[in-house]
Design a protein around this ligand. Sequence first.
Ligand SMILES: [Zn+2]
Length: 59
Amino acid sequence: MVTYVYECPTCGQQFEARQKMSEPALINCRTEGCEGAPRRVILPSVFVLKGKGWFKDGY
Ligand SMILES: [Zn+2]
C-alpha cells in the first residue's frame, strides 16, 4: 500500500488515500458536497515525472 496525497482544486482540501499502486487515482473529492476532481500531489519515487503538467512552474 502507498499513501497518496490528493489536493482538490475546487475546495482546496488536501487528503490522504492509502491505495495499492495498481489502483487508479481517485476521481472524486472526499469533501462532502464537493464535486471537484482531486489530483495527486505526491507520487511514488519510482515514477518519472515526464508527463505534461509537471513543468508549468517554470522548470
Ligand atoms: Zn473538493
